[in-house]
Structures are given as structure tokens and as C-alpha cells.
Design a protein around this ligand. Sequence first.
Ligand SMILES: Nc1ncnc2c1ncn2[C@@H]1O[C@H](COP(=O)(O)OP(=O)(O)O)[C@@H](O)[C@H]1O
Ligand SMILES: [Mg+2]
Length: 302
Amino acid sequence: MSLSGPEVQHQQQFSQMAKLLLIWNVTVTGVVAPFGNLMPLGLDYLQHLREALREEIVELEVLKDGGQAAVLRGRRIRTPSGTQTDDSVAVKLYANIDEDERIVREIDAASCAKSETLVDLLSHGITYLGDTKARYLVCRFIEGQPLSELLQDGPKPAIVPIVGRDVSTAIVTLWKQRIVHRDITPKNIILRTGIESAVLIDLGIAKRPGDGALTAAGETWGTRGYLSPEQSSGTRLTCMSDVFSLGVTLQHALAGVHPTGFNQNQLNSGGRSSHPRHLPTTSATMNLKAGTSMQQSPQPVT
Ligand SMILES: Nc1ncnc2c1ncn2[C@@H]1O[C@H](COP(=O)(O)OP(=O)(O)O)[C@@H](O)[C@H]1O
Ligand SMILES: [Mg+2]
């Protein structure tokens, strides 16, 4: 897609803003807490899990192993209340019980915010894999492809309106429950097969009013390059922080590259520069409305 004069200018301005934002992410907040705790269970956890869940879920296969959780695909044959069913599911498995409070928050957020544009939590439970206590979330499987994978082939301007529409709806649905997602990136958006709709997944660091901080001082959860300035600096958040992250994501999808021109590895290692003198703010830089509830000034959740 070729861009006209004002669009090119806007894109250049956006790129400048995003570079400032990256510098802010890196130099002001210090460490952005990494998603780096590998499953502590060794290679045989899959066997343990298949055995532990065999009455409820069958045909479990690993989709993704690493980060905070392993994600597996399977077929749910029975609900926790004993009703027979046949659902294609994604099972998110956490074996790091130090993280339990955060996982409970994820369950809580996914239980109360329901929309076709949000990952659908069907059930959850606690199980033992050998001696290791683990929590698992059973979500409806979304047939499709993460936006991050689609963008590996270059710009995808045709899907920008779909992602904008559906992720905005997801942000509004969450904010009606006063939840901020805090990790809207191309990795956490799945385009359903046929590319007619998008689903926001991964409520792993979603936050509600009154939730205490679960990170050490100076750390911020999230994905570098997509955080709003207020999230980077650890100040109080509203849904506008998610709108900011969606804006960066849409720009990425439109151009095929992150607004800074960096890939995720480069974003993670960050730039080195002095503090910017003028930091962008969410309301000043993004003019994207995600429904009527965005038109009032939202009150922060923390
Ligand atoms: N409901 C689902 N349907 C299909 N794929 C899923 C689903 N949930 C997660 N995945 C896949 O697993 C990956 C990791 O899931 P996510 O919830 O983002 O976990 P993490 O906290 O490790 O990032 C996603 O990027 C996606 O590819
Ligand atoms: Mg994720």
C-alpha cells in the first residue's frame, strides 16, 4: 500500500514518537520484567499432565513451551461438573507456584470479561505433576494465527481495521470491569482463520482496581516497545494505556515493522540514549476511540 503525503508525514511523526517511547522504556524504568522462567518440570511433564487430566482432556500436545507458561492443545471431553462435551481447547499450564497470585488474577479477569473478541476461559483447576503443584486454565481453542506470525511476511494493511475494531471491543469489555490488559502486542492477538475477526488473548498480567503491585520497585511488566509511557513509569493506568499499545500494534501491522524499525530482540535489548526532553503522553499521541466509554475521562485503576 502506498501512503500519501500527509500519511507519510504522520508515519514519520509516529516513528519519532515511538523511538522516544523506546528510549523512555529503556532508560527511565530500568528492567522490564522478562518472560523467562522456563517450566521447572523437565521433559516428562507432558506425561504427568496427560495422566492427571485424562478424565477431562485428551489428546494433549504442546503448542508452546516456555515463558511463564506452557500452552497445550487438546480436546475437552468432560466439564468439571461432569457433563460430557467435545471442545477443542488450549490449556495454559503454570507450574511456578511463586506466581500464584498473578495466575489467580488472570483467572479472575478472564472469568468476568466475556466477549467474542477475548480469549474464552472455560474452566480452570489445580493438579499435581509428580510432586509439583500446577494450575491450568482451559480456554476455547482459537483456530487462526498470531498477528506476530502474520507480520513476518510483511505489512498487512487489510487486517488493520479488523484488529482495530476487535481489539478495541476487547479493551472496552475489559474496562467495563475496570481491567487493564497491559500486554497488547502482535503476539497476543490471534487472527481467526479467514482473517475476518481477531481475538485478544493472554490476560496474564491484567490488572484490576486495588490489585497490589507484584513486581519489585523499578520493574514493569509488559512487552518493550508497546508500553504506554504511564505503564513504563509505573504510574496509575486506565484503558487508555491499552489503547496506546493497540495504536503501536496497528502501526506495526500497517507498516510491517515496529514504528522504531527494530525487531523484538532489538527492542528487548533496547537503545542507549539520554532521556528525551519531551515524552509523549497517551492522550496527546493517540486519537483512537475504542467505543463510547472511552469518550469520558477514565479513572485510573491503581
Ligand atoms: N485459546 C488459544 N487458542 C489458540 N492458541 C492459543 C490460545 N491461547 C494461547 N495460544 C497460543 O499460545 C501462545 C502463548 O499463549 P499466551 O496466553 O500468550 O501465553 P504467554 O503468557 O506464555 O505469552 C499464544 O501466542 C498462542 O500462539
Ligand atoms: Mg502471550
